[in-house]
Design a protein around this ligand. Structure first.
Ligand SMILES: [Cu+2]
Length: 315
């Protein structure tokens, strides 16, 4: 992640990065969660309000996250691999102050003063690697994603915005996850369908499939940095009618300070997906699809114009 010189992008970055920090620590029911993880062979992550309840440490390798969103808002989580030995303490200490200050300036329309705050972002931040995660998941919805995790320290966060524009990360949607240097021995899941994600070809998938419970294999053919300074991902969304595609496209454009705020537009149901992975990597997600209209879409600016959307029907 690099800061862009264009001011509009910088503004966005700030907002974005705002999302990268947080305030609240959660008590973990670690032993219980660990038992759950070994029994079910997945890592359970629960959101009750503005939080991530999960284990602190897992083994490396193919990891399935079961994300249970018990709250009344849409969320997701992206995993950010920290450089060196840095963790959540440094993340909050170094990033929270400049981003909060910048946000406060932006809210008042003080763009220049806000951007100046970014000069305080430490060098290490630009070495953070995006490492996948679970795509957008609507309220009272559970989603399953599988990604390969190398050993290291990861920060898990959600940067959907509150109705006032503040990122969920500031409300407590941030958590450190250590991936230890010991393999879990898991194999990747078997998939029913392949999805191609490429900045050149867009998102490629079938035009229609039969209803059922499926595992999707999401291949990141390439990866790039967009105006929001993040890469592309893939989110599965059930849409009530085609006209909602424009609303969805606009809502996902986080460069717009008024976008990406909860609640999401009516008529959309987010069913998970796979967050930004490096070029060449593959992630998986599982979903039960009932009859209706669906889209696969990236959370990037102008996803439709960039063909980073694929509509399909389930019959
Ligand atoms: Cu959230």
């Amino acid at each position: 992640m690099k800061l862009n010189k264009k001011s509009s992008l910088l503004i966005f970055t700030i907002l974005m990065l705002l999302a990268l920090t947080s305030c609240k620590e959660k008590k973990e029911t670690e032993i219980l969660e660990n038992e759950k993880a070994s029994e079910n062979n997945y890592i359970e992550v629960v959101t009750n309000g503005m939080d991530f309840e999960t284990v602190d440490e897992i083994k490396s390798g193919w990891t399935t996250f079961k994300y249970i969103n018990k709250s009344f808002e849409p969320h997701f989580f992206i995993l950010e691999k920290m450089p060196d030995t840095l963790g959540l303490t440094t993340y909050k200490k170094d990033l929270f102050p400049p981003f909060i200050s910048a946000f406060e300036h932006f809210e008042k329309g003080e763009m220049e003063a806000g951007m100046k705050e970014f000069e305080n972002i430490p060098e290490w931040f630009f070495k953070v690697e995006l490492a996948g995660g679970v795509g957008l998941t609507s309220k009272k919805t559970t989603s399953l994603s599988t990604i390969y995790l190398e050993p290291g320290t990861y920060i898990m966060e959600c940067y959907v915005r509150m109705p006032n524009g503040l990122g969920h990360v500031f409300m407590g949607m941030i958590k450190e996850l250590k991936v230890i240097n010991e393999s879990n021995g898991n194999k990747p899941p078997k998939s029913n369908f392949k999805i191609g994600i490429s900045s050149e070809q867009g998102i490629t998938f079938n035009d229609s499939i039969k209803s059922g419970n499926y595992t999707f294999e999401a291949k990141f053919e390439d990866q790039k940095q967009y105006e929001h300074l993040m890469g592309h991902d893939v989110n599965l969304v059930k849409i009530e009618n085609d006209s909602l595609v424009t609303d969805l496209n606009n809502w996902l454009n986080i460069v717009d300070f008024n976008a990406f705020r909860s609640p999401e537009p009516e008529g959309l149901l987010f069913l998970g997906g796979v967050e930004d992975l490096p070029a060449g990597q593959t992630g998986y997600f599982e979903a039960t699809l009932e009859k209706g209209n669906f889209v696969l879409i990236s959370e990037i600016p102008n996803a439709v114009g960039r063909k980073m959307i694929k509509r399909f029907t389930v019959y």
